[in-house]
Design a protein around this ligand. Structure first.
Ligand SMILES: [Fe+2]
Ligand SMILES: [Fe+2]
Length: 169
């Protein structure tokens, strides 16, 4: 059995992952409105990844015989002003999520829950990738500045992204 403290903390994390899905969906809608369909696609794929993260926690709680409690999901912003602003916000959000994953791992260590440690390690590694991919696009957008050709080129590149569910689930 999983301890109550970890169960509650994972339930809170399910809500954060679902909020992440919501935030990136909102960004996807904003990019689509701005006619940047490649950026919109990237955000849509990102939202699907967040859904995957949430469901992986969801299924884990069930597997460990613990109750899943779904809470209300906060309303995300809807106007992101500029592509760079959206990706800076995404990067900041991923840094916040990484901190939360670390806190979950701290609880698993304190509680001597080796199974949870092994499970959470996947998220620790995943967050390195999450931060790196957002950071890379922030850097490119800073280099591009206001040059519209650069924005269109990046839009093209981000339009190639497809969702592939991780096999380690
Ligand atoms: Fe996530
Ligand atoms: Fe994420």
């Amino acid at each position: 059995m999983i301890c109550n403290k970890l169960k509650d903390a994972i339930n809170a994390q399910i809500n954060r992952e679902l909020y992440s899905e919501y935030l990136y969906l909102s960004m996807s809608a904003w990019f689509a409105k701005e006619n940047l369909d490649g950026f919109a696609n990237w955000m849509n794929v990102q939202a699907q990844e967040e859904r995957f993260h949430a469901m992986k926690f969801f299924n884990y709680l069930i597997e460990r015989g613990a109750a899943v409690i779904l809470e209300q999901i906060d309303k995300p912003e809807s106007d992101f002003q500029r592509p760079l602003k959206a990706f800076e916000l995404a990067l900041e959000h991923e840094q916040y999520i990484s901190k939360n994953i670390n806190d979950l791992m701290d609880i698993a260590i304190q509680e001597n829950d080796h199974a949870a440690r092994s499970f959470l390690q996947w998220y620790v590694d995943e967050q390195v990738e999450e931060e790196a991919s957002a950071d890379k696009i922030v850097s490119k957008l800073r280099m591009i500045g206001d040059r519209i050709e650069g924005i269109f080129m990046l839009d093209n590149e981000l339009g190639q992204r497809v969702f592939t569910p991780p096999t380690t689930a």
